[in-house]
Write a protein that binds this ligand. Sequence first.
Ligand SMILES: NC(=O)c1ccc[n+]([C@@H]2O[C@H](COP(=O)([O-])OP(=O)(O)OC[C@H]3O[C@@H](n4cnc5c(N)ncnc54)[C@H](OP(=O)(O)O)[C@@H]3O)[C@@H](O)[C@H]2O)c1
Length: 253
Amino acid sequence: MNAGKYINLVVTGASGRVGRLICELAASDEARWELVAAVAHPRSSRLGQPSFAPADHAPVITPNFGGPCDLVIDFSTPAGAETAIQIALREGAALLVGTTGLPEATRQVLEAAARRIPILLAPNTSVGVAACASIVEQAARLLGPAYRVEIVEAHHSRKKDAPSGTALMLAEAARRGGAPVEAGQIHALRGGDVVGEHTVRFAGEGEYVEILHRATSRTLFARGALRAGRWLVAQGPGFYTMADVLRGGGNVV
Ligand SMILES: NC(=O)c1ccc[n+]([C@@H]2O[C@H](COP(=O)([O-])OP(=O)(O)OC[C@H]3O[C@@H](n4cnc5c(N)ncnc54)[C@H](OP(=O)(O)O)[C@@H]3O)[C@@H](O)[C@H]2O)c1
């Protein structure tokens, strides 16, 4: 794979809120990224239009892609993630899936594909959230089961899945630390233009501890995805998470 110089990048979900930012950011750094395709829904109203403005260096939005690439980054829908898997497998490219709310069947397809290509499943590409997950695991271990965990997440009203993939990931982190977290202890709020807020609360006798992450801009997810993607193309086949990216460093974009 092309890990040393610029990376040939395909973005699926390229007309979406996060996908468009990834396209813009990658295209603004020509020394390190070549945006070779911007893929959206096969019946997207944006087909044939530039993926971002100004249009000089912007590939047009297409319904699919076939051709050489090093990395596919997907921020779309479960169906879009399937398209991304097919592109990555066909081209032997690394695949970063940022789409959340994936059905179990798609996760199984990803796990099988990870025997052939490097795959990063990242319900949140923020480095801060990855750090929070590690802190949550540690807090659960230190505080013990007497502290009840509650997770509260808030997002904009157009978010499709609830609870968020990040909330589920934080619940997993708490469980790894030994805290029992049932589905009823994860709460989702929807409304307004909230980019993303997650609070993990450990409630004990006479005190509670809160670990809070607040995303203030979607650029955060785009930057994190490019950083993680750059790390991913240098890995062998396998199934990775953002915790692996944090442990392995990676170049800040
Ligand atoms: N991992 C993270 O850090 C993170 C952060 C934020 C959001 N997310 C997740 O990322 C996903 C996208 O979020 P968003 O806010 O950017 O959504 P969005 O604005 O609704 O964009 C969705 C994109 O997916 C495209 N799409 C839909 N169906 C498709 C298909 N079958 N094949 C290819 N493309 C398809 C849409 O194309 P058209 O609209 O043009 O038809 C659009 O470009 C969601 O699952 C969200 O929860 C993850």
